[in-house]
Ligand binder design. Structure first.
Ligand SMILES: *[C@@H]1O[C@H](CO)[C@@H](O)[C@H](O)[C@H]1NC(C)=O
Ligand SMILES: *[C@@H]1O[C@H](CO)[C@@H](O)[C@H](O)[C@H]1NC(C)=O
Ligand SMILES: *[C@@H]1O[C@H](CO)[C@@H](O)[C@H](O)[C@H]1NC(C)=O
Ligand SMILES: *[C@@H]1O[C@H](CO)[C@@H](O)[C@H](O)[C@H]1NC(C)=O
Ligand SMILES: *[C@@H]1O[C@H](CO)[C@@H](O)[C@H](O)[C@H]1NC(C)=O
Ligand SMILES: *[C@@H]1O[C@H](CO)[C@@H](O)[C@H](O)[C@H]1NC(C)=O
Ligand SMILES: *[C@@H]1O[C@H](CO)[C@@H](O)[C@H](O)[C@H]1NC(C)=O
Ligand SMILES: *[C@@H]1O[C@H](CO)[C@@H](O)[C@H](O)[C@H]1NC(C)=O
Ligand SMILES: *[C@@H]1O[C@H](CO)[C@@H](O)[C@H](O)[C@H]1NC(C)=O
Ligand SMILES: *[C@@H]1O[C@H](CO)[C@@H](O)[C@H](O)[C@H]1NC(C)=O
Ligand SMILES: *[C@@H]1O[C@H](CO)[C@@H](O)[C@H](O)[C@H]1NC(C)=O
Ligand SMILES: *[C@@H]1O[C@H](CO)[C@@H](O)[C@H](O)[C@H]1NC(C)=O
Length: 546
C-alpha cells in the first residue's frame, strides 16, 4: 500500500515535470490526489509500546513540577491582544492591486480564519472585564477550526470538470491559468486541516490565560460538549489540549459527544430536527448567492475564459475557482487561485456568503430562530439552575435531564458547534443590531452593510457570555456577550437598553430569553409547509412572519 502510493506519486511527479517542460496540459490535470498517513496497514503496536516506548509516567524522572497560579488576563491585563494573523498561511494578493493594504483573507466570510472584531458599534469598550465588575462565570460557544470543503461542494466538481476535459485531450490552460495544466485536487472533505487544529489549540490556550482563574470554583471536573462529527470531536479535543495541556487533558475534564445525525435531538446541530432547514426554505440562501454571483463575477468570467480555450468556463466554474482560494489556503498554506481575482471581486465573494447566511442561516430565514432556540433554553436552564422539563425544540431530553451529562453549576461552560448554528443562535437571542441594516439586496453591496459572516462565523468563531457582578460580589448582577472579541450591544433584548459596556442586568436578560422562547414558534417555523421566496423575504428576526 505504502510502496504503491510512493510509486504513483513518483509517476505523477514525472508527468508534472514533462508537462511543465512542454507547456501543455497533462491528462491528470484536475485529478484528485490523496494520501493517508499512517498507511492503512501500519499501526502503533501495543507490545512494542510496552517493551520499548513506555509513557512518561512509567519512565518517571519528570523533574520538579510546581504549578503556578491561574491566570485571569480578561480582568487583570490593562489591555488585551487581538487575534491577528494566521500563521502558517500565506497572505494572497489580488490580481489588480498587488501588495496593497487590502487583505484577501478578510474576504473569506465563513472560510476566514477568526481574527478579532474591533467593534459591533460599542466603540469604547473591549472584552476586558469592565472597571468595577468581577467575572463570576463564563459561557463559550465556539465553531470548529478550518476544514476541507463539505462533501460534494463546488471545488471538487470543478476539479472533476477539469479532469474530464483533460482526459479528452481538449484542456489547455494559458496565461494566468497555466498552473491548471499540472494542478491536482489535493483537498479531502469535512475534516479539520492542520491549520484548523492550530486554531482550536490556540483558542484553548487563549481561553485558559483569559479565564483560567474560574477553574478554582469547580467542585468536580468540567463537562464540555461537542457533536459526533470528526471535525467537531477533533476541535473539542484540540481546545482541551490547549486549555489543559496534552499530558493531562484527558484526565482533567469530561467530553460529552452528542450524536449529530438526522433524527437526533441536539442543540449544537439543530438542523437535523428541523425539516425546513433542509428544503426549499433553507435553499433561499443559495438562491440569493447565485443571483449575486451572476452580477459580480461577470467580468471575471469574461477575463478568464479566453485562457481556457475549448473549456466552457461558466460563472459557476469561476465561483468554484474563487472558492478554491480559501479552501486551498487553509489546507495547503497557499493557493494559486487567489490572485486571479480583483479586490472588488473579493469583496463580492464575501458578500455572496453574507447573502447565503442572511437568507439561509440568519435573520432573513424563517426557520432560523427556531433552530437557535433550543440552545437558548439550555442557557436559561444553566443561568437559573433550573432543569428543563418541557421538550418542544431540539433539546435532547435524555441528556439535559441528567446532572452528569448536563451539570447546571459550572463556572466555565464550553460548547462546540457549527457556523450556521452560531448564526441561528444570534437572532434567537435577539441580537438585532447585527441585522440593523435590514434585508440584503441581491444586486449590490449596500453602503450600510453590517451583516458580515467573517465577524459572525469564521473558522474557530467564538461567542462568549461573561456573567459578572458589578460591584464585585459572589452574586452575579449582569451579563454581556462578546462575539469574536467584539462586545455585542444588547439593545434588541427587551429591557436591556443601551449600555456603553454592553451590559444587561442578569434578571432582565433572563426574562428576555424566556420571552424569546415564547416568541419563537419552533413547531410552525421548522415543520409547517409554507411558501416563502426571496421576492417577499423582508424578515430580520429569523422567524416566519405572523
Ligand atoms: C504580492 O505582491 C507583492 C508585490 O508585488 C509581492 O512582493 C508578494 O510576494 C506577493 N505575494 C504573493 C503571495 O504572491
Ligand atoms: C467613544 O468615546 C469618544 C471619546 O470619549 C467619543 O467621542 C465617542 O462618541 C464614543 N463613541 C461611542 C460609540 O460611544
Ligand atoms: C468562587 O467561590 C468562592 C467561594 O464561594 C467565592 O468567594 C469566589 O468569589 C468565587 N469566585 C468567582 C470567580 O466567582
Ligand atoms: C469530452 O468528450 C465527450 C465526447 O466527445 C463530450 O461529450 C464531453 O462533453 C467532453 N467533456 C469535456 C469536459 O469537454
Ligand atoms: C439524545 O442524545 C443521545 C446521545 O447523543 C442519543 O443516544 C439519543 O438518541 C438522543 N435522543 C434523541 C431523542 O435524539
Ligand atoms: C456552456 O455552459 C452553459 C451553462 O451550462 C450552457 O448554457 C452553454 O450552452 C454552454 N456552451 C457551450 C458552447 O457548450
Ligand atoms: C426531541 O425533540 C422533539 C421535538 O423536536 C420532542 O418532541 C421530543 O420529546 C424530544 N425528545 C427527547 C428525548 O428529548
Ligand atoms: C445529581 O442528581 C442526583 C440525583 O438527583 C443527586 O443525588 C446529586 O446530588 C446531584 N449532584 C449534583 C452535583 O448536583
Ligand atoms: C440602509 O440602506 C438602505 C438603502 O441602501 C436603507 O433602505 C436602510 O434603511 C438603511 N438602513 C440603515 C439602518 O441605515
Ligand atoms: C425581539 O426583537 C423584536 C424586534 O425588535 C421585538 O419585537 C421583540 O419584543 C424582542 N423580544 C425580546 C424578548 O427582546
Ligand atoms: C406543501 O404544500 C404544497 C402546496 O400546497 C404541496 O404541493 C406539497 O406537496 C406540500 N409538501 C409537503 C411536504 O407536504
Ligand atoms: C411569498 O410569496 C409567495 C409567492 O412567491 C407566496 O406564495 C407566499 O405566500 C408569500 N409569503 C409571504 C409570507 O408573504
Amino acid at each position: 500500500m505504502f510502496l504503491l502510493s510512493a510509486f504513483v506519486s513518483a509517476a505523477v511527479a514525472s508527468q508534472v515535470s514533462a508537462a511543465v517542460v512542454s507547456g501543455k496540459a497533462s491528462s491528470f490535470a484536475g485529478s484528485t490526489s490523496t494520501f493517508q498517513f499512517p498507511p492503512a496497514d501500519v499501526t502503533a503496536t501495543a507490545s512494542l509500546i510496552d517493551s520499548f516506548f513506555p509513557d512518561a509516567s512509567e519512565v518517571g524522572f519528570a523533574g520538579p513540577t510546581p504549578t503556578g497560579d491561574e491566570a485571569e488576563s480578561i480582568a487583570t491585563a490593562p489591555a488585551l491582544s487581538p487575534v491577528k494573523g494566521y500563521f502558517p498561511l500565506v497572505r494572497p494578493n489580488t490580481s489588480d492591486k498587488k501588495g496593497k493594504a487590502f487583505n484577501v483573507v478578510d474576504s473569506w466570510a465563513n472560510l476566514s480564519p477568526m481574527q478579532s472584531v474591533r467593534s459591533f458599534g460599542l466603540d469604547n469598550t473591549t472584552e476586558k472585564i469592565p472597571e468595577g465588575c468581577k467575572l463570576n462565570q463564563v459561557f463559550l460557544l465556539h465553531r470548529h477550526g478550518a476544514r476541507y470543503p463539505t462533501s460534494g461542494s463546488s471545488p471538487a466538481t470543478f476539479a472533476a470538470n477539469v479532469h474530464a476535459a483533460a482526459g479528452n485531450g481538449t484542456f489547455v490552460a494559458t496565461g494566468p491559468l497555466e498552473f491548471l495544466n499540472t494542478w491536482t485536487y489535493k483537498l479531502g472533505a469535512e475534516i479539520l486541516t492542520p491549520f484548523g487544529r492550530e486554531q482550536l489549540f490556540e483558542l484553548g490556550i487563549g481561553f485558559r490565560v483569559k479565564y483560567g482563574d474560574l477553574l478554582k470554583n469547580f467542585t468536580g471536573l468540567p463537562v464540555w460538549r461537542t457533536t459526533s462529527e470528526e471535525r467537531m470531536v477533533d476541535s473539542a479535543l484540540h481546545f482541551a489540549a490547549g486549555f489543559f495541556g496534552v499530558q493531562s487533558y484527558q484526565s482533567s475534564y469530561y467530553q460529552l459527544i452528542e450524536i449529530e445525525q438526522d433524527g437526533f435531538n441536539n442543540t449544537l446541530a439543530p438542523y437535523d430536527q428541523c425539516p425546513n432547514a433542509n428544503n426549499n426554505i433553507s435553499a433561499l440562501g443559495g438562491e440569493a448567492t447565485a443571483a449575486w454571483t451572476n452580477v459580480y463575477l461577470v467580468d471575471a468570467q469574461k477575463r478568464l475564459a479566453p485562457f481556457l480555450p475549448g473549456f466552457n468556463l461558466t460563472i459557476s466554474d469561476v465561483a468554484a475557482m474563487q472558492t478554491l482560494c480559501p479552501y486551498e489556503t487553509v489546507a495547503l498554506g497557499y493557493s494559486a487561485f487567489c490572485d486571479l481575482f480583483t479586490e472588488e471581486e473579493w469583496k463580492g465573494f464575501a458578500y455572496g456568503i453574507d447573502l447565503d447566511f442572511w437568507y439561509g442561516d440568519g435573520p432573513g430565514n424563517p426557520a432560523v430562530s427556531a433552530q437557535g432556540i433550543g440552545w437558548v433554553q439550555e442557557l436559561v436552564s444553566r443561568l437559573t439552575q433550573t432543569t428543563i422539563t418541557t421538550f418542544d425544540t431540539t433539546v435532547n431530553g435524555t441528556l439535559v435531564s441528567s446532572n452528569i451529562t448536563f451539570p447546571l453549576n459550572q463556572p466555565i461552560f464550553v460548547d462546540a458547534t457549527h457556523d450556521t448554528v452560531i448564526s441561528a443562535i444570534l437572532p434567537a437571542m435577539n441580537f438585532t443590531s447585527l441585522a440593523a441594516g435590514g434585508p440584503l439586496p441581491l444586486d449590490h453591496i449596500p453602503e450600510n452593510h453590517t451583516y458580515k459572516v467573517r465577524e459572525i462565523s469564521p473558522f474557530a468563531s467564538r461567542l462568549v457570555g461573561q456573567v459578572l457582578s458589578c460591584p464585585a460580589s459572589d452574586t452575579p448582577t449582569h451579563i454581556r456577550w462578546v462575539l469574536n472579541d467584539g462586545v455585542l450591544p444588547q439593545t434588541g433584548i427587551n429591557g436591556c437598553g443601551e449600555d456603553p459596556n454592553g451590559l444587561c442586568q442578569i434578571d432582565t436578560f433572563i426574562a428576555g430569553m424566556k420571552q424569546r422562547i415564547e416568541e419563537v414558534d419552533f413547531d410552525f417555523d421548522c415543520f409547517a409547509n409554507y411558501t416563502f421566496s426571496l421576492a417577499n423575504d423582508t424578515i430580520t428576526n429569523g422567524q416566519f412572519p405572523k
